[in-house]
Design a protein around this ligand. Sequence first.
Ligand SMILES: Cc1cc2nc3c(=O)[nH]c(=O)nc-3n(C[C@H](O)[C@H](O)[C@H](O)COP(=O)(O)OP(=O)(O)OC[C@H]3O[C@@H](n4cnc5c(N)ncnc54)[C@H](O)[C@@H]3O)c2cc1C
Length: 474
Amino acid sequence: MDAASHACGIPRPSAPAGGLRFDLLVAGGGAAGLVGALAAADLGASVLLVERDQRLAGTTAMSTGLIPAAGTPEQAAAGIDDSPALLARDIMAKHGGRADAQVVERLAAESGATIAFLQRHGVPLSLVTGFLYPGHSVMRMMGTPNRTGAELLAALAAAAEAAGVVILTSARLADLAADETGRISAVTLERPDGRHEVVACGAVLLACGGFAGNPDLVAQHLPDMAGATMHGHPGCRGDWVAWAERLGAAVADMDSYQGHGGLAAGHAIPILWPSITEGGFQVNARGLRFHDESRGYSEAAAAVNAQPGRMAWTIWDARVQAVLAQFDDTRDALAAGAIMQAASGEALAQRTGLPEAELLATLAEVEALTRTGAPCRFGRRFAPRPPLAPPFHAARVTGALFHTQGGLVVRPDGRVLRTDGRALPNLFASGGTARGLSGPGAAGYIAGNGLLAATGLGRLAGRAAAALVRKEAP
Ligand SMILES: Cc1cc2nc3c(=O)[nH]c(=O)nc-3n(C[C@H](O)[C@H](O)[C@H](O)COP(=O)(O)OP(=O)(O)OC[C@H]3O[C@@H](n4cnc5c(N)ncnc54)[C@H](O)[C@@H]3O)c2cc1C
């Protein structure tokens, strides 16, 4: 081990003579890191994946685990006509084309191959049917049997281990050693007891998630969400932001985030958005609707948080509940008592404490809008769904920050770019650490952008890193 000390106490890494060396060092054990590691190992690279937590989880394990893919055999079998071009168009349409078109198009083009690659490695993914997320033209989400990120994460970890990836937990990537060209030859790992270890590597893949777990960075870049409930992974602290500055790496869309306007208040369980897309709606504490809920759950977070007490009620019915029932999150919300039922509008007012006259008027207004197909004053059209019918379901929700979407600017193969547009020699980024697909702000996120970037870019970055190391091997 060869380590001089920084002023901050973290040993400066330099390539240890005769010490540990891997072709690829991956930092972060969520979907982006695991898929990147798997893809590199698949091509014969030696890979060390380090994760700061005691066990693998990340935002990925908290998620619903749904990954969009276009033109899959599963869609063909279900009679769904889709194409990578349509997926790319849907992603770009949500933010008026303000993401990197080359990255979006490449990930859309590779989306089917990414799913097939994961399935080949034993990840059980099937097509999610029965509802359409806002922004998607057709049903194209792939999910694990219970539609949970924890299932996805466990399957990815098993696949990576089976492919020979060495996984080291309780090991935080603390520093990178780069020469004057930006080439990284070694990294310093920090253990929970304060020990430092230096590992040499041929390339580095940063897959450390975003920075939702760092309140200072959130306040700086996402003032909308400062003070909002954080329902992401606390380990996503944006360590890479300081490294980017030191290496001269470009960052973009740092104000971009995935919010959610339906986190069950006090329960930390998302009330998933089919509650809305299938015909439900939201009211504030005065029993009044306040936005077009159908635009998307991400921008709904700020809309809910602008209401008194940062609270709203999401209201739906038994038909919608049948769609929600396929998700573990719904079962968890029911078990936690986060979802209440009421036989009538009056009973709903009583159970929720919402003012009865206003709530009944809102229910009647939504029913009329659903029957006539006319747009509401916020522009939402409830048709062609059937009107909601008692018994009603309701949950008290708040707007939460799930995951940040801005990050290191990358080429479509995950290679990190400098501020002058040139690529750094051997640094890659994917998932929440890379600039996402959602453009700036919160409104550009459509369901699946997070895991499409994590799995798609992860796979491409892992492959590109393995190819680079092989090419540069002495
Ligand atoms: C409730 C919820 C539901 C969601 N549902 C979906 C969905 O259905 N579909 C979808 O596309 N997206 C969804 N998302 C978003 C999605 O989960 C994320 O976009 C995705 O998981 C990001 O993957 P990642 O690997 O980049 O980050 P993560 O999964 O967060 O992994 C990053 C890992 O890096 C580790 N780490 C951080 N710094 C270091 C360091 N210095 N050294 C070592 N390790 C480090 C962290 O501890 C963490 O384990 C959801 C998010 C939430 C919160």
